[in-house]
Design a protein around this ligand. Structure first.
Ligand code: MIC
Ligand code: SF4
Length: 642
């Protein structure tokens, strides 16, 4: 029987388990990636494991999120990360070098290798044929220590791309089409493997736009074949020697198939406040816009910025619009500076923003009150931009620039002749902002500013769990709801006591006070609870506040794993209707919990307030049950290395 690409890579990396959908497998990890907002915690955890040097083939630590230095915290954290990298054998990409996913694609990704990254958009490198997965920082720390990554074998979905895109229709529209069809939970438990004759029409950075935003489908990852386009891209990066061909066998089997006729697509747009709230741009064009932002790990490649510059050349940004452009990497910025494209942007009136995540994570450039912001980014969750009532729309760079010029949502097809970008012979290669690790690690001292607080500890699970329901929320709650980011909160990522003060801040401002008064308790959620980012702080901070279990209709993958890692039980209602018989403030009890967890996957919760019993289930593997019983993965790791 023929094999698909995912099976081929998993076969070469399988440590335990069988490649049968739903079964727990463990795979070895070749490379890891961290960014500063999740990295500080991941490295504190790595340090706690007492391993002298990372055991991966390559580990890179990026600084791209916490870039606004309005106090000492962020710079202190950057210095901590740089010291850790030098000491433990990790490459350090300095602030200003670029967004982790863009730089990793350019300088480090390898077709056929596996990567684990402490950021949900790690699958970006799937555009190069790499099997790249986003996870919590602790899972990444374990991979750096040489441990495998555990996951339930996903279903493999073949996305067959046919034909080619029409002018002004882009890779962004391909992934928006998938989000329109499948929704933000359509990819849970799945890997999307791209194939079909349309693949060869897409360059590596276009493919990377698609695999990047596959994270918004809730997928484990997304991957393209490694072919002539991949080889060309790697050659232009001076890295042709890492290229290898990778494609599915002719009779490869898939669990599902999705067909997309590229030539039938048109420009699409995701409306507030979810990346799957997609419609045709033509249905809502004409809407007045106050802000347009180009950038983020989804759309800030050389190609994206060149198209933007060519559209702006000789034109002006509309007087009522603020246009920001944040290039994805130093390489991209350097190239558009050298070839004059940057000048076209500046002349047109664009605000050139630092090479970083920036506005995508609310690090500056918050829209005005009630304002409409049109962005080439990947997430438009409510409040994420930094303005609670802003209306954020997601589009291709082409649509965004047409809109910035017209001042209203505009269809790029009305703009004129299609723009063809001449490819350079090679990219500008200068890795001087990537600092290699020290060959004398014993001489490296690590700087620790006052913002770096020790890891909070958790005790083993008691026999009976009891407490009150601290909060009940609805469907599709994101990690941005649970643990907000933005310029004010992000600098506290290495300080759990301080960051805990912001848990559920935008959902219920009394949550933290209540959690503290009651000494912790339970959370109730709807479907796809914890979608979005990989930030383990969305589990770690609730754990610090005493949250014992989260009971939902369903979970997003990374958040569920993070809950287990920090000793919080993820439970689901056996009958979804029982969501209605439990309310905020109810007292609940889970007696004899350790034994019950071990003896099956069904449990009964006693709602003491309503005098009712509620049946819940768990999908924990025996390994995960052990992790929960000892109070989390760090305790578990310490015990197994004793
Ligand atoms: C995001 O896009 O939400 C982030 C910020 O990159 C997160 C990571 C984090 O919260 O630090 C992600 O996507 O994992
Ligand atoms: Fe950075 Fe935004 Fe990409 Fe997250 S989605 S890594 S915040 S650019």
């Amino acid at each position: 029987m023929g094999k698909n690409i995912v099976q081929k890579i998993f076969n070469l990396h399988l440590v335990s388990g069988k490649l049968k959908p739903g079964e727990e497998i463990a795979i070895s990890i070749d490379q890891t990636l961290t960014q500063d907002a999740t990295g500080t915690m991941a490295y504190l955890q790595f340090e706690a494991m007492g391993i002298p040097r990372v055991k991966t083939k390559l580990s890179v630590s990026y600084v791209d999120h916490n870039m606004l230095q309005t106090g000492f915290e962020n710079f202190d954290d950057h210095l901590f990360l740089q010291g850790i990298a030098r000491k433990y054998g990790i490459y350090f990409s300095k602030p200003g070098n670029g967004i982790c996913h863009q730089v990793h694609l350019e300088r480090f990704g390898i077709p056929g290798d596996t990567m684990l990254g402490s950021d949900s958009h790690t699958p970006t490198c799937g555009g190069l044929g790499m099997l790249a997965i986003g996870a919590g920082g602790l899972d990444v720390a374990i991979a750096m220590a040489g441990g495998p990554f555990y996951v339930n074998m996903p279903k493999v979905v073949c996305v067959r791309l046919n034909g080619s895109l029409k002018p002004w229709v882009t890779a962004k529209d391909v992934i928006l089409e998938l989000l329109r069809r499948l929704t933000v939970k359509g990819g849970v438990g799945k890997i999307f493997e791209y194939g079909g004759d349309g693949v060869k029409t897409l360059g590596v950075t276009e493919r990377a736009t698609i695999t990047n935003m596959g994270a918004e489908l809730g997928a484990l990852t997304s991957i393209f074949p490694s072919d002539a386009q991949t080889k060309k891209y790697l050659r232009m990066q001076g890295r042709e020697k890492v290229w290898k061909p990778l494609k599915a066998d002719p009779r490869a089997q898939y669990d599902e198939v999705v067909e997309i006729d590229l030539s039938a697509l048109e420009p699409l747009i995701a409306r507030p406040h979810s990346p799957d709230n997609v419609c045709k741009l033509s249905e809502i064009k004409g809407l007045k816009v106050q802000q347009v932002c180009i950038g983020s790990c989804t759309n800030s490649s050389y190609h994206d910025l060149m198209v933007s510059a060519m559209m702006l050349k000789g034109r002006k940004v509309h007087p009522d619009v603020s246009l920001t452009i944040s290039p994805g990497s130093k390489q991209v910025l350097d190239m558009i500076a050298k070839n004059g494209a940057l000048s076209s942007m500046i002349e047109a009136g664009a605000r050139i923003v630092e090479v970083a995540c920036g506005p995508c994570i609310g690090m500056g450039q918050a829209p005005p009150s009630g304002g409409v912001s049109v962005r080439s980014f990947n997430r438009n969750f409510e409040g994420r931009s930094g303005t609670a009532d802003a209306q954020v729309y997601l589009v291709s760079p082409e649509t965004a620039i047409a809109t910035a010029i017209q001042g209203v949502l505009s269809d790029p097809r009305d703009f004129g002749e299609p723009i063809v970008i001449k490819e350079p012979k090679s990219f500008v290669i200068d890795d001087s902002m990537i600092i290699p690790p020290s060959d004398k690690p014993e001489e490296v001292t690590i700087f620790r500013g006052p913002n770096i607080k020790p890891l909070p500890k958790k005790e083993p699970m008691p026999e009976t769990l009891k407490g009150d329901v601290l909060l009940k929320v609805g469907d599709n709650i994101t990690t941005d709801h649970i643990m907000p980011a933005g310029a004010k909160v992000l600098p506290l990522r290495s300080n759990i006591p301080a960051i805990s003060e912001f848990v559920f801040e935008k959902v219920d401002k009394d949550f933290v006070k209540r959690a503290k008064e009651k000494g912790g308790g339970f959370l109730i959620g709807g479907v796809n609870y914890g979608q979005g980012s990989s930030r383990e702080h969305a589990a770690l901070a609730p754990m610090y506040l005493g949250v014992k279990a989260v009971i939902t209709k369903s979970f997003a993958r990374i958040h569920r794993a993070n809950l287990v890692n920090f000793g919080i039980m993820p439970l689901t209602f056996e009958n979804e209707g029982d969501y209605n018989v439990i309310d905020q403030g109810d007292s609940i009890e889970l007696p004899d919990i350790r034994n019950k967890l071990k003896s099956g996957n069904k449990l009964t919760i006693r709602n003491v307030t309503k005098n009712k019993e509620i049946k819940v289930t768990h999908s924990l593997t025996p390994r995960e049950v052990d992790i929960l019983c000892v109070g989390g993965l760090l305790n578990h790791q310490a015990r197994s290395s004793m």
